[in-house]
Design a protein around this ligand. Structure first.
Ligand code: AMP
Length: 209
């Protein structure tokens, strides 16, 4: 199966995609995680991407498509998280899948009120090694700054700081909302209200797919 999880920053796409990947064996493809790994490795792509990411802007389509293209037809099935985010990316994904003879099976749109998103992002921290997400209010690591899963360092992402968050919301509305309309016509989009506990959201998504 190929499942696309869409939703604004802070909707919980990464959390849910990780759980679904663990329970189904599908491959979790997160362009955000891939880019953060490139930044951490200090690669050419990472150096280019960091400026865009810190401001909350999108990394250019050509770089994103070149980075993810080779993984899209993985025979284990894929859970796409954070891709496609622009119409150019959506058209590229459709062309790659058509070439491989593979359909998109489901597009899930996770919706959350803007006030709740801002609240979530302002208390979010992430392990810089394994990308496990934490909430500094309701689910803080038991040793401050240390990931309970892998021992890596847990930090607030630069792009979760207030100035970048507002820009990310705007960029999402301007560039990603049109992708939803594009897919509403072509594939259909399943809407999930992604508030409540991560367990309850997981249940809703599992039922939808
Ligand atoms: P995420 O972890 O999905 O919130 O992504 C973090 C940041 O990485 C975004 O704010 C963008 O700067 C960049 N990014 C991730 N995925 C994409 C994408 N598909 N297209 C462009 N930029 C992306």
């Amino acid at each position: 199966m190929r499942i696309v999880l869409m939703g604004p920053p802070g909707a919980g796409k990464g959390t849910q995609a990780r759980r679904l990947a663990d329970s189904t064996g599908m491959k979790h493809l997160s362009t955000g995680d891939m880019l953060r790994a490139e930044v951490a490795a200090g690669s050419e792509l990472g150096l280019l991407a960091k400026g865009f990411m810190d401001r909350g802007d999108y990394v250019p389509d050509s770089n994103i498509i070149a980075m993810i293209e080779q993984y899209i037809a993985d025979p284990a099935g894929v859970l796409l998280d954070g891709f496609p985010r622009t119409l150019v990316q959506a058209e590229s994904l459709d062309a790659s899948l058509e070439k491989a003879g593979l359909p998109i099976d489901k597009i899930v749109h996770m919706t959350v009120d803007t006030d709740e998103l801002v609240k979530r992002l302002s208390s979010r921290a992430v392990c810089s090694d394994c990308q496990t997400p934490y909430n500094l209010v309701s689910n803080a690591p038991s040793r401050e700054g240390v990931c309970g899963k892998c021992g890596g360092s847990v930090n607030v992402r630069d792009d979760d700081k207030p100035e970048a968050v507002l820009n990310r919301m705007k960029v999402y509305e301007d560039l990603t909302a049109p992708v939803l309309s594009y897919y509403q016509l072509r594939v259909g989009v399943t809407e999930i209200v992604a508030t409540g506990t991560p367990d309850s959201v997981y249940e809703k998504i599992s039922q939808a797919i």
